[in-house]
Design a protein around this ligand. Structure first.
Ligand SMILES: [Fe+2]
Length: 418
């Protein structure tokens, strides 16, 4: 297919086959713009967690697709999501990543708004006649904001399915992540690691959710090193662990792994497990401990990988920002959160053994895509044994690619509404 065909007239169905996808999906700037309009500016997008704005006046700057927003806890204690655009001349009202304040003051002409979004005062207002009524010039709220267990999502579309419907089967796996705290609360308070990679945004969820396959190659050095240094705990994988869910969500489900620890658990870990048993009972605690937390992708921009949440931010067709935030568990012995942080640094930190290799391989992928000889990418692993469930989910073996096929089916649906 020639790139001369305009992106708006492309039939997406022609680019997505059951077992293969066309390379144009990763490098066509027109398709990127269409993705922003049809996906990011319509569906529920993950923005952050309540613990990032704990006090009245706390705010963080975020984006819904390409649209800048402010997530702020107002003086009334309520978290709002407001478009980050001065009502006067559309200047970016808040240029800071995060902070605390009673007001937002536009740096261009000084118009000032409360942290609840009300216009307090235009400047030199004696020259404005009755055509400027302050109550008509408050900051524009994003049409829909909903939370799930402290995670804040927003939709730039006034209509559409509820967040509950959107999350669907993914809620079960978010619960497994959050219930690792004995009080059922996580906190994103350990800091943020910001990264940029020169490749398409869709490569990150694909890469993050098929680590069982590529891990044998790009992470082989790291796994061999972990083994030789101190002995890695052995885990026998359950075969049926890879799942796609309606809504484009994907999961690697580790509840079925058989775990063989090499060391006696520490006193802190024993105390932690006791706390979980007290809250959830012995059976559920089995699913919450011993490295059984799922690797999860919630369409289109939230991931949980072992130690941290990833918030993905597309910038352009071949540039993506991603924010890693270690997930701290509320009310656990302090050693447990310290272990999470050390493990995060070792594997995913800027000099970690896993993540930098993933970033490098995604950038090489974007380069490889420029070769036009045969532009199809193959995602057919395990297609003959893919099991379909009644709710539309699919189950595959460890290292199968059924989850990727599910992601692309959902993508095709959204992009075909044009
Ligand atoms: Fe990886």
């Amino acid at each position: 297919m020639s790139n001369a065909v305009s992106a708006s007239s492309i039939n997406i169905g022609e680019l997505i086959q059951p077992d293969r996808i066309h390379g144009r999906l990763y490098h066509d700037a027109g398709l990127f713009r269409r993705e922003m309009d049809e996906i990011f500016h319509k569906v529920w997008v993950y923005l952050g967690h309540e613990s990032e704005v704990p006090n009245n006046g706390d705010y963080v700057r975020r984006q819904i697709g390409l649209q800048p927003v402010i997530m702020v806890r107002g003086k009334d204690g309520k978290v709002r999501v407001l478009f980050n655009r001065c009502r006067h001349r559309a200047n970016l009202l808040c240029p800071h990543e995060r902070g605390n304040g009673e007001v937002f003051r536009c740096q261009y002409h000084g118009w000032t708004y409360s942290n609840q979004g009300d216009l307090l005062a235009p400047t030199f207002d004696e020259a404005y006649d009755s055509s400027l009524r302050k109550e008509d010039f408050g900051l524009t709220p994003v049409p829909r904001v909903q939370t799930y267990r402290g995670l804040i999502f927003a939709s730039a579309s006034p209509s559409g399915i509820s967040l509950d419907e959107h999350l669907g089967g993914a809620k079960e796996f978010l619960d497994l992540i959050i219930d690792r705290s004995p009080v059922g609360e996580i906190e994103l308070t350990a800091g943020t690691q910001k990264m940029s990679y020169r490749a398409n945004w869709k490569m990150l969820p694909e890469n993050s959710l098929e680590g069982s396959y590529h891990g044998h190659f790009i992470h082989k050095f790291a796994f061999d090193l972990f083994d030789s240094r101190s002995g890695r705990d052995r885990m026998d994988h359950d075969e049926d662990s890879t799942r796609s869910m309606p809504g484009g969500h994907m999961v690697e489900d580790f509840r079925g792994v058989q775990y063989h620890p090499r060391q006696e658990p520490s006193p802190a870990r024993k105390a932690y497990v006791e706390m979980l048993i007290k809250t959830y009972g012995a059976e559920r605690t089995e699913s919450l401990t011993f490295g059984r937390a799922p690797i999860l992708f919630v369409f289109p921009n939230l991931m949980f990988v072992q130690t941290h949440i990833r918030r993905l931010q597309p910038i352009s067709v071949n540039e993506t920002h991603v924010y890693y935030q270690p997930v701290m568990l509320k009310d656990v012995p302090p050693q447990i959160n310290q272990e999470i942080l050390r493990s995060h640094e070792t594997s995913f930190g800027p000099a970690g053994f896993l993540s930098p290799d993933d970033i490098e391989v995604m950038e090489r992928n974007q380069v490889g895509l420029q070769a036009m000889g045969n532009e199809w990418l193959f995602i057919g692993r395990g297609i003959h044994r893919e099991e379909k469930l009644a709710d539309g989910a699919t189950i595959g073996h460890d290292m199968d690619e059924n989850q990727l096929r599910g992601l692309w089916r959902h993508y095709a649906q959204l992009m075909s509404h044009v």
